[in-house]
Write a protein that binds this ligand. Structure first.
Ligand code: CAA
Length: 377
């Protein structure tokens, strides 16, 4: 870590321990998202880490952003995810938006006054994202959206949505991307999901019924929407990997501390070789996941194509989070299964990291397609 990265991580550590950590047990149980926490993170610059300075962002390299998300996730996977999805929306607008779109939508997002959400999935289009059915029919001055989006992170609390909808024929080439504002007539919220984890971060259905979107809210040209979404996910998947490393790292920390204190058979349970080997494996897995995530982040910073590394980082880090949090609960034993310690929350939060932004099986599809290309096929 360089000096700048250390400074970011130290600042975030102070913030999370003082402002986030004490609320977590209660807020996870109640499913309570606090906008004031997000606003405060915004005042410190952490809600606009990757957007350009011209629009209020910090323009940080992806490697710094990755360390920052890892640190926030050590207290709250949910707040880290809210930031990462909002940042993905900023990256999309920053990269594909025109000047007017950037000027209008980026400053509230970078400052943390507004949250961004990404609306690709539908009930019939999860892994097969290109089969989405929400339509955007061209009319004078804009488009009429009809359809629904499912499992949308920050649905209902976000102000700015990037929505993928069909303007043309079947498949990826018929998809376009639109910026849709909360409060637009014809845009309402459906059911709020009851989930295993990520309880602080709302997941909600979006409903579009004859919803008029002005043509200036189209991102790029008609038919470019699938590429817009996929390239947003390249960085998004590195972000999910970073959050996974934070989630796993915190669980490991709890396991080591507890096992050093807990006495059984007249010794600290840490001193049993069975547990030592478990924790050695956990520490090795966390370190390896971080290195892979940082390699993927570096390739983005170097401007190289990164689909393969991004998918590898997301898959390996989230699998690590699931394994390490499960092992941490095991090491804490009975209390690990209770809400007296946070490891059960991290275990619940880890599960969906293997599912969001492309299941880990889809990451294998992306990785193997890239491997085939590398061999000229
Ligand atoms: N960057 C730029 N363009 C890309 C791209 C990328 N990463 N990936 C694909 N494309 C382009 C392709 O080049 C292709 O264009 P051409 O035909 O011009 O070459 C076009 O997009 C279609 O690509 P594919 O043929 O590969 O499309 P496919 O239908 O076979 O799907 C897939 C590929 C990898 C399976 C993709 O559908 C996928 O990633 N599915 C998973 C969906 C997903 O990740 N959903 C996440 C939901 S969002 C979320 O979870 C966020 C949250 O709220 C937390």
């Amino acid at each position: 870590m360089n000096d700048m990265q250390k400074e970011i991580v130290e600042g975030l550590k102070r913030f999370r321990l003082e402002k986030i950590e004490p609320l977590m047990e209660h807020d996870d149980f109640e499913g309570k998202f606090r906008m004031e926490i997000f606003n405060e993170l915004g005042e410190l610059g952490f809600t606009g880490m990757t957007a350009s300075e011209e629009y209020g962002g910090l323009d940080l390299p992806c490697q710094d952003y990755s360390y920052a998300l890892e640190e926030i996730a050590k207290s709250s996977v949910a707040y880290a995810v809210t930031i990462s999805v909002s940042s993905m929306v900023q990256t999309i607008i920053n990269t594909f938006g025109n000047k007017e779109q950037k000027e209008k939508y980026l400053p509230p997002l970078t400052s943390g006054q507004a949250i961004g959400a990404f609306a690709l999935s539908e009930s019939g289009a999860g892994s097969d994202a290109a089969s989405l059915k929400t339509t955007a029919k061209k009319v004078e001055g804009g488009y009429i959206l009809n359809g629904s989006k499912l499992w949308i992170t920050s649905g209902g609390i976000a102000k700015t949505y990037v929505v993928m909808a069909r303007t043309g024929g079947e498949g990826a080439k018929g998809v376009s991307a639109f910026i849709v504002e909360d409060g637009t007539e014809g845009f309402t919220y459906g059911k709020k999901e009851k989930k295993m984890g990520w309880n602080i971060s709302p997941t909600r259905e979006l409903l579009f019924e004859n919803c008029f979107i002005p043509e200036e809210n189209l991102l790029q040209k008609e038919g470019e929407g699938f590429k817009v979404a996929m390239s947003g996910l390249d960085k998004g998947r590195v972000a999910i990997g970073s959050i996974s490393v934070g989630c796993a790292g915190r669980a490991l920390d709890e396991a080591i501390k507890y096992s050093l204190e807990r006495q059984q058979f007249k010794q600290a349970i840490f001193d049993f070789q069975g547990l030592q080997f478990m924790m050695a494996d956990m520490a090795c897995d966390v370190e390896a996941a971080r290195l892979l995530v940082q390699a993927a982040a570096k390739s983005i910073d170097d401007g190289k194509s990164n689909q393969k590394l991004a998918s590898m980082a997301k898959m390996r880090a989230s699998d690590t989070a699931m394994k390490v949090t499960t092992d941490a609960v095991q090491i804490l034993g009975g209390v690990g299964y209770t809400k007296e310690y946070p490891v059960e929350r991290f275990m619940r939060d880890a599960k969906v990291l293997q599912i969001v932004e492309g299941t880990n099986q889809i990451q294998k599809v992306v990785i193997s397609r890239q491997l085939k290309k590398e061999y000229g096929q």
